[in-house]
Design a protein around this ligand. Structure first.
Ligand code: GLU
Length: 600
């Protein structure tokens, strides 16, 4: 098997470098801009190839759903450590013909054979060290939901077949893409995990860590996409690809090159056959004359963004620093409620409507002191009894352990007919489980580590067979008078929620343009003693917010990807069909925004 070919930059430019790959000049990356304004359709993602593919689909008459699936498949090629057919995600769609927002929950499920102590090392009786030990495992692999999401979206709203939607990405995988700094860095950071498996070594480390500027090809994935298109998703959920996935989870192709424990998983073909992507209603809250729609559980994105907005609407701060204080306090309260109440609604009674109720928010807003930061963690509210009246605080605060990673990717599309998609997809950890399905060119997720590691029967996010682990993904579409005006989302584990919220606050409350709202420095308060913030945020607002009692930790080591919070991709829909596609100007190396017909 030759799964990847790495070509040097000089070969990509056609210089005389020995070796078979040097004969053909490699591809050039499409131009990359963070903001594009125009008409006829728009795509925003982290990656120029994915955005270009989405735009091409739109130009050829495809709609926003076709473009979203094609671009997502392209991200499976160029961002294989963040997303792909081995993972899951959440798809929010506005249908211009009916004026309705619907969503697809394409979250992975736990296999029927998973046990409550799946993440406990039998040798020690304690949880496996989270990373790299637990995440690099078969036991963390959930039943992939992404192929079912794509099929469901295309059948319901698309105009292309799955084969047509996957074709450009298959071509991209075949011809290759130009390695950028982020891809090289992420490969290097995961090299030990990939070296643990023969299949992953062959694909990502065949010639060592790929150098920026070289071309990375993945012919195995090209074949996989073609076959998936030809056979349909039953190839995974009821066919040979599924059998290969199951074999890989139960018996990962160990290389012997590392001593990671690699606990195996129990996934069977029955688990694959039982998988369903779920079409469901979005969450909805009113905010300052807008209607904000998002993902209902199993993601906590919609309820936590929505509850925070409701609290902010109650407290109605004005001015940048007071608004940021309220933003940080509102998310602490909403995260307390998320931890207490949100899990997979097929297994847990999730009080989604209470969490989004204005009267509940009124009562929660009683806990927000406009002049002082509360001591964290703050306790959860009581969804069984609220009347909006401020009374004595109840309950004890509980600190959630937060093991979500900073992987994942988001894309937003809009078409000439007014349809809009906000789609966040992931394989959880950067590099997922680290296990490539042999000869198939894609990584399996480690999404089940989003369950709480230690079983507690009172925890809504406890491990259970067949269950979806709670997510933070927050693809969001904002409507005004029933029509979409803004769609966005972000990667970033549980910081997804605060990132989406902060951009909404920047745009809708502080009056920033969308590019400024996305570029602005970020901070995230998830009910912890200290606020995690980008250095630029601390520089700009740290002193003023410290006066309220906020304490800060600068996110990540300087220069690392963890120093950045989120990577937003959004589209704003203006009057007269004017579209502004916006991606990150610098985070994760800068994203890529494009429109079908640029404004003059
Ligand atoms: N697994 C996370 C979630 O579902 C996303 C992972 C990430 O963004 O790093 O919320």
């Amino acid at each position: 098997m030759v799964a990847s070919t790495v070509v040097t930059a000089s070969a990509a430019l056609g210089a005389a470098v020995p070796g078979p790959a040097a004969a053909k000049p490699g591809p050039q990356p499409p131009p990359k801009v963070p903001t594009a304004t125009g008409y006829g359709g728009a795509v925003s993602s982290v990656d120029p190839d994915a955005t270009a593919i989405g735009l091409d689909v739109l130009r050829r008459g495809g709609n926003a759903v076709d473009a979203a699936v094609a671009a997502a498949a392209a991200l499976g090629v160029t961002e294989p450590y963040s997303a792909g057919i081995g993972g899951g995600g959440y798809f929010v769609h506005y249908d211009a013909a009916t004026g309705t927002v619907e969503t697809i929950d394409g979250r992975e499920t736990a296999p029927a054979g998973i046990t409550h102590d799946a993440f406990i090392d039998p040798a020690t009786g304690k949880p496996y060290p989270f990373s790299p030990d637990l995440v690099t495992s078969g036991v963390s692999v959930g039943v992939p939901g992404t192929p079912a999401t794509w099929e469901t979206a295309l059948e319901r709203w698309g105009s292309l077949s799955l084969a047509e939607a996957l074709r450009p990405a298959a071509r991209l995988a075949q011809h290759g893409f130009v390695v950028d700094d982020t891809f090289a860095l992420q490969t290097r950071e995961n090299a030990e995990r990939f070296r643990t498996f023969t299949s992953s070594t062959d694909l990502f480390l065949a010639d060592g860590v790929p150098e920026p500027g070289t071309t990375f090809r993945n012919p195995d994935l090209a074949r996989t996409y073609r076959q998936l298109g030809a056979q349909g998703v039953d190839w995974l959920y009821a066919g040979d690809l599924g059998a290969e996935v199951v074999r890989t989870v139960q018996d990962p192709p160990l290389s012997g090159a590392t001593d990671l424990p690699v606990p195996t998983g129990s996934m069977t073909t029955d688990d694959l056959a039982a998988y369903r992507a779920l079409v469901q209603a979005p969450t909805r809250v009113g905010y300052q004359g807008y209607e904000v729609t998002g993902m209902a559980p199993s993601s906590s994105g919609g309820t936590t963004v929505g509850e925070s907005l409701n609290i902010l609407e109650q407290t109605a701060p004005t001015g940048t620093v007071p608004t940021l204080h309220h933003y940080l306090e509102a998310t602490a309260l909403a995260f307390a409620d998320r931890g207490r109440y949100v899990g997979d609604p097929a297994f847990v009674d999730v009080p989604t409507q209470d969490l989004l109720d204005d009267t509940f928010a009124e009562e929660r807003a009683c806990r927000l002191d406009p002049d002082a930061a509360a001591v964290k963690p703050v306790p959860a509210g009581d969804v069984t009894s609220y009347d909006g009246v401020c009374d004595a605080p109840a309950g004890t605060a509980q600190q959630d352990t937060d093991t979500e990673n900073l992987s994942t990717t988001h894309l937003t599309t809009a078409d000439r007919w007014g349809n809009v998609v906000a789609y966040t997809l992931t394989i959880e950890q950067t590099g997922g489980s680290g296990i490539v399905v042999p000869d198939r060119g894609f990584l399996l997720n480690n999404e089940l580590t989003d369950f709480s590691t230690v079983y507690d029967p009172a925890d809504p996010n406890r491990i259970e067979p067949g269950k979806r682990p709670r997510s933070s993904m927050s693809p969001t579409i904002v409507l005004k008078d029933g029509r979409p005006v803004l769609a966005l989302g972000s990667p970033g584990g549980s910081t997804i929620i605060t990132t989406v919220l902060q951009v909404l606050v920047n745009r809708l409350s502080l009056g920033m343009s969308l590019p400024d709202a996305v570029a602005a420095p970020r901070a995230t308060q998830r009910n912890t003693a200290r606020v995690s913030a980008e250095q630029a945020f601390v520089d700009a607002y740290g002193a003023a917010l410290a006066a309220y009692g906020h304490a800060f930790t600068v996110a990540g080591p300087p220069g690392s990807s963890a120093a950045e919070i989120g990577a937003v991709a959004g589209v704003e829909l203006g009057p007269d069909g004017r579209l502004t596609a916006v991606a990150e100007p610098t985070r994760r190396g800068g994203g890529s925004a494009g429109v079908v017909t640029p404004a003059p």
